[in-house]
Structures are given as C-alpha cells and as structure tokens.
Ligand binder design. Sequence first.
Ligand code: SME
Length: 148
Amino acid sequence: MATDYHLLAAQAQALVADEPDWIANAANLSALLFHALPDVNFAGFYRYEHGGLILGPFQGRPACVRIALGHGVCGTAVQRGQSLLVPDVHAFAGHIACDQASRSELVLIIKHQQQLLGVLDLDSPKLARFSQSDQQGLTEILRTVGAD
Ligand code: SME
C-alpha cells in the first residue's frame, strides 16, 4: 500500500511544533519515518559541517560517522546539490555500505534559507524500494518542518 504522505506530514508537523531544538526534532523525525515506512533499515540525518557530512540523529544500525563530499550517495548528492534516488546501490560507484543489507537508497538535500544544513538519508534492503512519489512525499515533509 502506498504511504499516506499527507498523514505523515501532519504527524511530522505535530512532532516538531513549538520545539526549537533541532536534535530532538531530527531524532523524532527519524523515528517517525523509520517506523512508518515499510522496508527501511536506516532513516536519519547527516549534518553538513566544515565542508563534510557528520552523522546526526537516526534510526537503524550504527552508521559511518563522517562522509566527505563526493563520497558515497550522500556526499555525491551534496556535491551535486541535488537529491539522489538510487534504485540499486550496487550499481552506484562509491556507495558506502554502512549496512551490507542495504540495496536501495534515497538521499534528500536539506536547506534552510538557502543554506545547506545536511541530508536526510533512507536505506532499504529491497531493490528499487523508493519511487518518485516517495521522493516528493519526503521532500514535502521536510518543507512542512521548515526546510526550503
Ligand atoms: N550509504 C550511504 C552512507 C550512509 S549509510 O547508508 C547510513 C552513502 O553511500 O552515502
């Protein structure tokens, strides 16, 4: 069944409403997405700091802490300045396998007032798990919680 992104956006909005602490909000958002989206083995944030990516709040197995620009799906998305939907991570040169089970990945760029804040990273053990409508729905959720 397709994910109800309108409902998920409303839940995301309710979770962060009136709470300015970004760590608490990012932690709750990653938990919301991890449990609401089927076939996802990682849902979390990497923050853009000092010209690289550093692991932020997430749900899933322990993950690699630092990702340089141009490395992996996350670092490539940031270097290109665009979100990346990867149906088969084995076909993506330079993919960083934090969890050997991961087969597909969606990385969304997060900006606020045109400043790069980081990325939202979602992994799945299922090939081609993420569609354009997942990308659109998740982009809408990020907007709902204050991203550009
Ligand atoms: N696969 C990512 C690394 C982060 S983990 O998936 C949590 C990448 O290639 O950038």
